[in-house]
Design a protein around this ligand. Structure first.
Ligand code: HEC
Ligand code: HEC
Ligand code: HEC
Ligand code: HEC
Length: 300
């Protein structure tokens, strides 16, 4: 299962790895540039001039972490336990949750504030024991305590700030849970969703409130070269999966309806693309203008 999840990541890597110019127009011009040159970006707490290899903070070409489906992942996952959204106890939450996993643990390996942002498996260079921390441009500098939870307020990183999610996820949009309250699976590929309050009720279902984007708002699916079935929410009406469609992450490790079958899950990278230059790394070019991200899934 881990292998198929990794394969899923790698397949995405192969077919859609086109968006990185590396010249300041891609991820280099975003807050996810933690390397040299980033200080001009207003991202002053979280970068070092010790390396210009900006991918290395998240990816390694060899020896990546296979414990979850994050491609060539260059960080260990936090050993902290997460308090999941369901423990809030709302009486309307009707999706089954898998363990916090898939790409979400990869995001949380920085955003839960338990690990330093330069804590990587494979540092740049030849058998290098670690990057030079260089001279820091931040108030906190590059130390092992340079975690999101203790960044200074002036660095847009104090604990009240939204970039620091912590390990208690009850106050965050749920992740690692079934899309639409369940209903889609490898044995029921086109759904519909069990929860009717979704824009999408199967491949032939209702067009949701987000139709102003030009998308059908429906769940589409495709089979990758390795035969893994994957789903996504169409936001643009263009056939096939594009970067602004919302990826649903295929998992087999969840409980609830259709347990054990491959099903689509909502994870951090469903709504966010960590390389995007869109506002707050969202998949839609206008960010969440007009709540368009929300309305892509919820009929409200
Ligand atoms: C802040 C962390 C982070 C940085 C920095 C980063 N990535 Fe990623 N990357 C991710 C995550 C998380 C995923 C998985 C996203 C998904 O599954 O949708 C990913 C996926 C990918 C993929 C496969 C999916 C796709 O979108 O094509 C490629 C290729 C990739 N990254 C290349 C790069 C390159 C090249 C760089 C440096 C220029 C880079 N990444 C920098 C976090 C990062
Ligand atoms: C290597 C560490 C690291 C990883 C992994 C990482 N981030 Fe970040 N992220 C950061 C830093 C550092 C910032 C900028 C903090 C600041 O200076 O405001 C940031 C900022 C953000 C922001 C705020 C952008 C803004 O304009 O305010 C979002 C949203 C975000 N990350 C989402 C994600 C998601 C989603 C993932 C996984 C797909 C992810 N991050 C993975 C380090 C990371
Ligand atoms: C259902 C969609 C969705 C999911 C899932 C999701 N986010 Fe977000 N996230 C958003 C939206 C929308 C915003 C608001 C952006 C704005 O106001 O411009 C946001 C904001 C953020 C911000 C704050 C940006 C800022 O500076 O205020 C961070 C950091 C972030 N998300 C990280 C994550 C991480 C990490 C995960 C997974 C644990 C995650 N998100 C899961 C939709 C989502
Ligand atoms: C990719 C699809 C998707 C997007 C985009 C999305 N959601 Fe959700 N949302 C879900 C799913 C799936 C659930 C859990 C199933 C359920 O209980 O309905 C959920 C649950 C919720 C819940 C209810 C939790 C409960 O306790 O009943 C709220 C409120 C919510 N989302 C608000 C938002 C807001 C606000 C946005 C935009 C910032 C947003 N969602 C974007 C899919 C999405």
């Amino acid at each position: 299962m881990k292998i198929s999840k990794l394969a899923s990541g790698l397949a995405l890597l192969a077919i859609s790895g086109v968006a990185f110019a590396g010249n300041g127009t891609g991820i280099a011009s975003t807050k996810h540039n933690l390397g040299a040159g980033a200080s001009a970006l207003g991202n002053k707490a979280n970068n070092t001039n010790g390396t210009t290899e900006i991918c290395v903070f998240c990816h390694t070409p060899h020896g990546g972490n296979q414990a979850a489906a994050a491609p060539l992942w260059n960080r260990k996952f936090s050993t902290a336990g997460y308090t999941r959204y369901s423990s809030l106890g709302t009486t309307t939450f009707d999706a089954a949750e898998a363990p916090i996993g898939s790409v979400s643990v990869a995001c949380l390996s920085c955003h839960d504030g338990t690990q330093a942002m330069d804590a990587m498996i494979n540092s740049p260079g030849s058998n290098s024991p670690g990057i030079s921390r260089g001279s820091s441009t931040g108030d906190n500098g590059w130390t092992e305590t340079n975690v999101m939870s203790n960044l200074a307020a002036s660095d847009n990183g104090n604990s009240g700030d939204m970039i620091y999610l912590g390990t208690d996820l009850r106050n965050d949009h749920p992740v690692s849970m079934q899309y639409g309250g369940g209903g889609f699976s490898s044995s029921n590929v086109n759904g519909p969703s069990i929860d009717p309050a979704y824009a999408i009720a199967g491949a032939t279902g209702t067009v949701g409130n987000n139709s102003s984007l030009g998308g059908t708002g429906r769940v589409a699916n495709r089979t990758l070269g390795n035969n893994l079935l994957v789903w996504y929410v169409d936001t643009n009406g263009v056939s096939g999966q594009q970067k602004d469609d919302f990826t649903l992450f295929s998992r087999t490790d969840g409980p609830g309806a259709n347990a054990g079958l491959n099903q689509p899950y909502v994870e951090c990278a469903t709504c966010h693309d960590p390389h995007s230059t869109n506002p707050t790394f969202l998949r839609l070019s206008g960010g969440n203008t007009g709540s368009q991200v929300c309305l892509t899934c919820h009929t409200k």
